[in-house]
Design a binder for this molecule. Structure first.
Ligand SMILES: *Cc1c(COP(=O)(O)O)cnc(C)c1O
Length: 449
């Protein structure tokens, strides 16, 4: 079997996510035969370095021996069981671990199977909580400009990336959108903290104005990942937590992308020393193995639903694969690796290497900014460095970087014109240098036209 033969079969029956399928008339789809560590191999024997962790999910490499053996054991024990009326060891253990590891006050764990579903659950739980308390006017959500929370209709509504959202606008609930603390917009010489603090005024105003009708604020802590890896200072989260308390509005923190060590701490919230009312987790939760998500919330939230059945206050949300045993076991194996190998500490070292290797990009004539938060590093490619005028999106410069990098055996998948590195945590210094070199050459090629 070759790439070509699989590619032909694929393109005759499949429809791929987030893809204009016509693009594949000119660039082939790549059938992957196997994965090992940070490397993927196609059917023609080409190797690709997975510099974006297979869409930000993979933490400890493909075919990780520890996760593999845990899954083999689980497979011979229990693959799945209905999670209503029944439970299982891996689900219990994972929930215990998540409750223990997440910030104080998050004591209840509700499982689902992907990030968007977790967001939907947090939104519904928040709304339903107020309703169970007799507060039926709290029906709105506050969200940030440039935020991303997934693709299902509720998640899309509270997101703000127009490329994904605009088409479906007539189907989406109304939300209150507040300008982002995104520090790309700060004045020259202004610190991240100062800018994020200044931007918080607008959030405070929105809360003050709408508190009566707002159920929750939903936010991606520290990095707006799908929104071109835009970053802000933890002080914003601190201020937001205090304001949500003041105005009696829930705080939903969407750690789907940034959870599990991405930003330098196990959870991004830790950098602001806050506890949200709801925390959404997915992506890295199973080390990139299986679809699973979790919503963590407080005992207080839980109790607002806990009553006689006839009161009809229960949270009757479900997914068929809720609490899937294999996925939970992959989650447990992933958390074991964090515990046994001092990953957070080691990531600090990797982040320093990433920072050094990206230094040269700062001087590039078509780079407006190089920014980093922990294990996420982004390079903002622009037409004019001084005015920051972007390249017209129609020119698809980022896509050119993607295509170039593939020919050199590295998977970079820029968001618009933002090239970013978000590698698995087992990457080596040498591999990081390869990514940087290929990104540099790809950038050079893309800016030439
Ligand atoms: C990816 C992502 C989601 C959606 O998760 P899916 O599993 O793709 O549905 C939600 N929120 C954030 C912040 C994400 O990055």
């Amino acid at each position: 079997m070759t790439n070509q033969s699989f590619s032909n079969r694929d393109l005759s029956v499949l429809w791929h996510p987030c893809t204009q399928m016509k693009d594949h008339e000119n660039s082939p789809i790549i059938p992957i035969k196997k994965g090992q560590g940070v490397w993927l191999e196609d059917f023609d024997g080409n190797l690709y370095l997975d510099a974006i962790s297979s869409w930000w999910v993979n933490l400890f490499g493909h075919a990780n021996p520890d996760i593999n053996s845990a899954l083999k054991d689980q497979l011979d024990t229990l693959e799945h069981v209905i999670f209503a009326g029944f439970t299982h060891e891996s689900g219990i253990k994972l929930a215990e671990k998540l409750v223990a590891l997440t910030p104080a006050g998050l004591d209840r764990c509700f499982f689902a199977d992907n990030g968007s579903a977790a967001v939907e659950i947090a939104l519904k739980m928040s709304f339903h909580y107020w309703r169970n308390l007799g507060q039926t006017r709290k029906v709105k959500f506050i969200t940030l400009e440039n935020s991303y929370h997934g693709e299902t209709l509720g998640a899309l509504a509270v997101g703000n990336v127009q490329l994904y959202k605009e088409t479906y606008a007539p189907l989406l609930m109304d939300v209150i959108t507040v300008p982002s603390p995104d520090c790309y917009h700060r004045e020259s010489g202004e610190s991240w903290a100062d800018f994020s603090t200044r931007r918080f005024t607008l959030m405070e105003q929105a809360l003050e104005k709408h508190a009566d009708t707002v159920s929750a604020v939903i936010i991606e802590p520290l990095v707006q990942c799908a929104g071109n890896m835009r970053m802000y200072d933890p002080v914003y989260l601190k201020l937001l937590r205090a304001a949500c308390d003041k105005y009696q509005v829930h705080l939903i923190v969407d750690e789907v992308a940034v959870g599990f060590g991405r930003t330098g701490t196990l959870f991004a919230c830790e950098q602001a020393s806050i506890s949200p009312d709801f925390m959404c987790l997915s992506k890295g939760l199973t080390g990139g193995y299986l679809p699973l998500s979790a919503v963590l919330t407080s005992q207080k939230t839980y109790k607002a639903f806990y009553d006689d059945y006839q009161k009809l206050t229960a949270f009757l949300h479900s997914h068929s694969y809720t609490g899937n045993a294999l996925a939970c076991r992959a989650g447990l194996a992933t958390l074991d690796i964090f515990e046994q190998h001092n990953i957070i500490e080691n990531n600090k070292h990797l982040a320093t290497i990433m920072s050094k290797m990206a230094e040269r990009f700062k001087g590039h004539a078509h780079v407006a900014e190089v920014r980093q938060t922990g294990m996420i590093l982004a390079i903002e490619m622009v037409k004019n460095k001084h005015t920051r005028e972007p390249y017209p999106w129609q020119e698809r410069r980022g896509y050119k970087v993607y295509q170039y990098a593939l020919t050199k055996g590295v998977i970079l998948r820029p968001l618009g014109n933002v090239i970013y590195f978000m590698p698995p945590y087992i990457i080596t210094e040498e591999e990081l240098l390869l990514i940087a070199q290929v990104a540099w050459d790809g950038l050079e090629q893309a800016v030439r036209g």
